[in-house]
Design a protein around this ligand. Structure first.
Ligand SMILES: Cc1cc2nc3c(=O)[nH]c(=O)nc-3n(C[C@H](O)[C@H](O)[C@H](O)COP(=O)(O)O)c2cc1C
Length: 264
């Protein structure tokens, strides 16, 4: 492996930062337009061909994401072969069936849509980067708790980069789909050999994008007052276990999909 880590030239590094005046709304408004219109669809127009340049632009956005210890633990595999997309989709369809059989009561979407995605990117992480954080590596209970946090740091890092990629795709006009149902160890074991992924590398999610097969729709969001706290945790919106359980039972499917009858 070639080491591309450069000696930092502070002057050049400073010159690369170009922020607007504090309070200048123009970039914020443009960014919010992208954020609001990043909308999930679960079936795409399969005939569309994503220009190579768009893949590069999208991964360029991911590359600038922040990461714990600047570890940049992410790797992105663009899958272009329709047969490979189909094979991965089939794994998910089997997972969908398994969930139904196991009565998980999760309104699992139709994963056949995976094979229709013109943009198909498998998002990986090298979790050995946990060693870049404060850990003891002596297998003690303390070490395990620090390792757990280090894993969370890496997952947040990859999620941050992935979000930038999704926003870049939305900025280019695409609908997106973020699929994590691949995370269980067995799922990773099934996917790794298909793409030649070394066993040390974790398969965290798949990013799909493309023009939608049907009109996309905006999903419900909690109002700001339910999530924004000032100076202390406002328990007005704290849900009891029973309320949470009831919400999952009665409302979850309605906020995930268009309505109860239309699971994507
Ligand atoms: C971390 C994360 C994991 C997700 N995993 C899945 C998944 O495995 N399958 C799926 O169909 N959608 C998945 N989604 C998509 C969400 O269901 C979707 O973003 C959410 O319902 C809100 O809809 P919107 O993206 O249109 O705003 C995931 C999204 C995120 C951010």
């Amino acid at each position: 492996m070639t080491d591309t880590t450069p000696a930092v030239d502070l002057k050049d590094a400073e010159a690369e930062v170009d922020l607007p005046e504090i309070g200048d709304r123009s970039r914020y408004d443009a960014l919010m337009q992208v954020i609001r219109n990043r909308v999930t669809v679960r079936k795409f127009n399969p005939d569309f061909k994503v220009p190579t340049e768009h893949f590069e632009m999208i991964i360029e956005a991911a590359r600038h994401g922040p990461s714990g210890a600047n570890s940049q633990p992410w790797q992105f595999i663009v899958v272009r072969e329709p047969a490979m997309k189909q094979q991965i989709a089939e794994y998910f369809v089997a997972e969908q069936r398994f969930r139904a059989k196991a009565k998980m009561k999760f309104p699992t979407p139709d994963y056949r849509g995976l094979a229709t995605a013109p943009g198909f990117v498998v998002v990986c992480s090298d979790m050995r980067w946990t060693n870049a954080f404060p850990v003891l590596n002596d297998d003690s209970a303390l070490d395990r708790s620090y390792h757990e946090n280090a894993e969370r740091i890496l997952l947040q890092s990859v999620a941050a980069a992935t979000m930038s990629a999704h926003l870049a795709a939305a900025a280019l006009g695409y609908n997106v789909w973020w699929v994590t149902a691949i995370g269980q160890e067995e799922a990773q074991d099934a996917i790794r050999p298909l793409l030649g992924i070394p066993p040390e590398i974790s398969v965290l999610d798949i990013m799909l994008f493309g023009p939608p097969a049907a009109a996309p729709y905006k999903r419900w969001r909690r109002p700001p007052e339910e999530i924004l706290h000032w100076d202390h945790y406002n328990c007005e919106h704290f849900m009891s276990d029973a309320e949470l359980e009831d919400w999952i039972k009665t409302r979850r499917h309605r906020v995930m999909y268009k309505d109860a009858s239309k699971i994507d």
